[in-house]
Design a protein around this ligand. Structure first.
Ligand code: IMP
Length: 188
């Protein structure tokens, strides 16, 4: 199964999760232009639609956003731009100390050669008071998953991979692949 991303962290996480589920992931390391849209679903679908004629075969990609309740869902679909501009220190400056709940949303779009299918996964949690941890990437050092006391940047990668938004989206995707008979599994 071809996974298109230029992000090494995303590839590592997804290939490790899918390998445990019995699927082999081939990394197609490619940068592609993302539209600015209102939802993570639209961005993910638009990217897949643009890449489908170029690749001409089955593949999937994903788009992820961090939605902060007190900021009315910001940065959400602007997560990439916001991480590149104000970054984690900038997000912390925008927050007051009370309401800090947030969630990550990952939307996978799979092109089966004819149609597009989407699978999403959400991880609820809160924005930490300060940056903590060197693991993971992006917003991981400022996000504390529900039920944990440490940020995703402090937790080991295996812990992130067992609860993450990405893990949840990939789990639905793998169920779909199994049900629809797409077997690019390791045992093939
Ligand atoms: P995109 O899906 O590559 O557009 O990611 C949007 C932004 O969210 C980027 O700045 C990523 O670094 C960040 N991001 C994506 N996935 C994660 C994650 O699992 N943890 C923390 N940040 C993430």
């Amino acid at each position: 199964m071809i996974f298109v991303t230029s992000n090494q962290h995303k590839y590592n996480e997804i290939s490790s999760i899918m390998q445990t589920g019995g699927f082999r992931v081939q990394w197609r390391k490619m940068k592609y232009q993302e539209i600015q849209a209102d939802t993570t679903e639209e961005i993910s679908l638009d990217s897949a639609k643009k890449l489908a004629p170029l690749l001409g075969e089955e593949f999937f990609l994903e788009d992820t956003g961090l939605y902060i309740a007190a900021l009315n869902g910001f940065p959400g679909p602007y997560s990439s731009y916001v991480q590149d501009t104000i970054g984690n220190p900038g997000i912390l400056r925008l927050m007051d100390s009370s309401s800090r709940s947030a969630f990550f949303l990952t939307v996978i779009t799979f092109y089966d050669g004819t149609e597009f299918h989407q699978f999403s996964g959400r991880l609820d949690g809160s924005i930490a008071l300060e940056i903590a941890g060197k693991g993971g990437f992006g917003y991981d050092p400022i996000f504390i998953p529900e039920g944990e006391s440490q940020t995703l940047g402090q937790l080991p990668e295996s812990a992130k991979n067992s609860i993450s938004h990405r893990r949840r989206a990939v789990t639905s995707f793998m169920e779909f692949l199994k049900e629809s008979g797409h077997f690019d599994s390791i045992s093939d």
